[in-house]
Design a protein around this ligand. Structure first.
Ligand SMILES: *[C@@H]1O[C@H](CO)[C@@H](O)[C@H](O)[C@H]1NC(C)=O
Ligand SMILES: *[C@@H]1O[C@H](CO)[C@@H](O)[C@H](O)[C@H]1NC(C)=O
Ligand SMILES: *[C@@H]1O[C@H](CO)[C@@H](O)[C@H](O)[C@H]1NC(C)=O
Ligand SMILES: *[C@@H]1O[C@H](CO)[C@@H](O)[C@H](O)[C@H]1NC(C)=O
Ligand SMILES: *[C@@H]1O[C@H](CO)[C@@H](O)[C@H](O)[C@H]1NC(C)=O
Length: 477
């Protein structure tokens, strides 16, 4: 008996040891090595040249080279300041998005239906930062890719107010294939659903004037036109786009924007006969020399994914036909599923133009607690803008970070790339922050931002209303 008394605590501590052992093994399994030297945002050491991005056709799909805008935006003068301004503009995008969505929730409508709600997209070039090259009337135009808006537009000559861009302006007067859109047409009327502003007749009945406002003071105004659109060598006749005569915002040298939202003026709706409503992208990290791809069409054999694509249903939202809503059902950190009431509400949208993923407070707080538990022992650093989980990692060459896995309805788990985990507020790594942020209210809409979509193949099948995910190392070639 006496022996048994002593045995019990011993067994207990053995059990404890054993448990800790298992936990450590699990942690090792569910962590990734993060090299601080390799992965931090690099300052560009050379003046970037902004060549047209490449394109090709392969196995029934059109593949456009996609780059981060940094590869084209000139040298950064003050890196720390710029990083801060990125987050501020990212936040204004998110705030505007929340207000737009809340206004449209049935039962909460505080505005008359004819109130003009500006289309949210928050085009700050520093935020909306992936570019591709398309051709309108045979001219190369490098444009920003946005899944959060619908109208594709470029700056046109003659121009009332155009910001400076790298390519020459499009001059529709010189093109024989350019046609204007009549102001009494149904196309002109569909502007209301696509932009929140109805089309207005110009001085004559032949012009349909549009306006897209991006919520942060950025906007484009001009008239709708039709022109032959080339994506690589494939073309679409009579593509409806905005010929922008008055454009303002930090579009930073790009010729305009490609709208890949869900409404019927978007590029993907207009090309549905050609590409069957399917596009996909792989977003590269910010390094100047890294490239990714934007593809159109069902030719999935051109993807270079190394895990199978798993699909989740888009959550229908008739009030907000532009956006891609998904049902985020769970998140795990280092293999530990976090518990929170904010999951499975079908109120998370996926956006190519928001940088940092935003989560409702219950989800964010649970995630942060679990992350801090697993990423312990590293010296903390002060919060940075919207990011409140920061570390001073100057003394480390490598750290082991717990993996982050996102669960959507029917999707086993999307592993967030190690490049999408930390945001470098300081180049010397003295303030490195978990690249996720909390929303202010449980009612807000969650957003999967582009930082967490790096090195993933994200497939949008608008016909089947599905979004698919697979792991891939992004490259154009
Ligand atoms: C357009 O860009 C492609 C490269 O993507 C280049 O080969 C072609 O010469 C360019 N065309 C014009 C008219 O500049
Ligand atoms: C639109 O206006 C043009 C004249 O500007 C006219 O020829 C055409 O019939 C009108 N279309 C509709 C649908 O009213
Ligand atoms: C978009 O839908 C509206 C009705 O919702 C329709 O009147 C219009 O013709 C459509 N536009 C295009 C370009 O298909
Ligand atoms: C989200 O997915 C969960 C789990 O499958 C389901 O119970 C819930 O009804 C879904 N929510 C919506 C809004 O589709
Ligand atoms: C970061 O940590 C290093 C040592 O690990 C220290 O020398 C440095 O002062 C710290 N920097 C800040 C900003 O706290």
């Amino acid at each position: 008996m006496a022996e048994a008394k002593h045995l019990l605590p011993l067994m207990f501590s053995l059990l404890l040891l054993f448990n800790i052992g298992i936990e450590e093994v699990q942690c090792l399994k569910e962590k990734k090595v993060f090299s601080l030297q390799k992965l931090q945002w690099r300052k560009l050491s050379h003046t970037p040249t902004c060549h047209p991005q490449k394109s090709r056709r392969e196995k029934g799909a059109i593949i456009l080279e996609m780059k981060h805008h940094d590869s084209c935006s000139g040298q950064t003068k003050n890196w720390d300041e710029e990083v801060q301004s990125r987050l501020i503009s990212d936040n204004s995008r998110v705030q505007f998005l929340q207000s737009k969505i809340k206004k449209q929730v049935p039962g909460k409508i505080a505005y008359k239906s004819d109130t003009q709600i500006p289309l949210y997209s928050g085009v700050k070039l520093l935020t909306l930062n992936y570019i591709v090259t398309l051709q309108l009337g045979r001219r190369n135009m490098t444009v920003i890719v946005d899944t959060g808006s619908d109208v594709t537009w470029v700056q046109c000559a003659p121009c009332k107010f155009c910001y400076s861009q790298q390519d020459p302006l499009l001059n529709p007067g010189l093109s024989r294939s350019y046609k204007s859109v009549l102001c009494n047409s149904s196309t002109c009327q569909s502007l209301q659903a696509a932009t929140g502003f109805s089309g207005v007749c110009g001085t004559d009945q032949k012009t349909c004037n549009y306006m897209v406002s991006y919520g942060d003071g950025s906007y484009t105004r001009g008239e709708l036109g039709r022109e032959r659109l080339y994506l690589g060598k494939t073309y679409v006749n009579d593509f409806i786009f905005g010929c922008g005569r008055n454009n303002k915002g930090l579009f930073g040298g790009a010729s305009g924007l490609m709208g890949l939202g869900r409404s019927n003026l978007s590029l993907i709706s207009q090309t549905i006969k050609k590409f069957d409503g399917v596009f996909s992208y792989c977003l590269p990290s910010t390094n100047a020399d890294s490239s990714g791809s934007l593809t159109f069409g069902r030719g999935s054999s051109v993807y270079k994914n190394f895990t199978p694509i798993s699909y989740t249903n888009m959550v229908p939202n008739p009030q907000l036909s532009t956006f891609y809503f998904l049902n985020l059902t769970g998140i795990s950190i280092g293999g530990v599923a976090i518990q929170a009431p904010g999951f499975a509400k079908g109120r998370t949208l996926i956006d190519s133009g928001t940088v940092i993923t935003r989560l409702v407070p219950s989800v964010y707080n649970a995630l942060k607690t679990e992350f801090l538990k697993q990423f312990s022992g590293y010296p903390p650093a002060p919060s940075y803008s919207i990011l409140d989980t920061c570390f001073n990692l100057t003394a480390y060459e490598e750290v082991n970070i717990p993996t982050l896995k996102l669960q959507f309805e029917d999707v086993v788990g999307v592993n967030v790339d190690v490049n999408g985990m930390f945001y470098f507020a300081k180049t010397d790594a003295s303030q490195v922050c978990l690249a996720l942020a909390s929303l202010s209210s449980e009612d807000d809409i969650g957003i999967i931002g582009n930082f967490q979509q790096r090195n993933l193949r994200v497939v949008y099948d608008t016909k089947k209303s599905k979004v698919g995910f697979a792991e891939e190392t992004c490259s154009y070639t």
